[in-house]
Design a protein around this ligand. Structure first.
Ligand code: 5GP
Length: 184
């Protein structure tokens, strides 16, 4: 029988570069499966339903919570975000490792359901760099950025609750650090 894959949780504040790290890691490791989250936030330009996220109404999302279809979920900047459980279970059973790219509250709660999950916190080189990255992205309105920055301060205080803290300053170094955490 194939031994079950790992559950890897990558978290950290919005704008820290989790998405870029995941995009670099996936093609390098074919046994990694990226979980596609459900969210009630509006799609950004270019985002595709079922690829970037499963875009849901609040009622649909609340039905998923009630049916216990989510491995974890959290409210973030006025919207729900959560990880559909069945695809994660199916991939792990096949021996693949499931990678969740999620915010900090949900990431912290994963340990209650999957104590063996490997939980990695990505830190910015400084708060100023995080702010520059969020503003430079140009995808969100000022008030959304302000909400994300307030939340980021709270999130950074929780970094020590995680198994690994990795600074995303030099991209290749951060990838090597994540690979060492996952595969060592
Ligand atoms: P964004 O709106 O920028 O796509 O995502 C906002 C935040 O929600 C990011 O920190 C992202 O990692 C997080 N997020 C995305 N999917 C999930 C999920 O399934 N669960 C949780 N808890 N957070 C998520």
């Amino acid at each position: 029988m194939t031994s079950p894959g790992k559950l890897i949780v990558l978290t950290g504040p919005s704008g820290v570069g989790k998405g870029t790290l995941v995009r670099e890691l996936l093609p390098r490791h074919e046994q990694l499966f990226l979980s596609i989250s459900a969210t009630t936030r509006q799609p950004r330009t270019g985002e595709v339903d079922g690829k970037d996220y499963f875009f849901k109404s609040r009622a649909e999302f609340e039905a998923m919570i009630a049916a216990k279809e989510l491995l974890e979920w959290a409210e973030y900047a006025g919207n729900y975000y959560g990880t559909p459980l069945p695809p994660v279970k199916a991939q792990m059973k096949k021996g693949n490792s499931a990678l969740l790219e999620i915010e900090v509250v949900g990431a912290n709660s994963v340990k209650n359901i999957f104590p063996e999950a490997l939980r990695i916190f990505i830190l910015p080189p400084s708060f100023e760099v995080l702010e520059e990255r969020l503003r430079g992205r140009g995808t969100d309105a000022d008030e959304v950025i302000a909400k994300r920055l307030t939340r980021a301060k709270e999130e950074l205080e929780l970094s020590t609750e995680f198994d690994y803290q990795i600074i995303n300053d030099d991209l290749e170094q951060a990838i090597a650090d994540i690979e060492a955490a996952i595969f060592s």
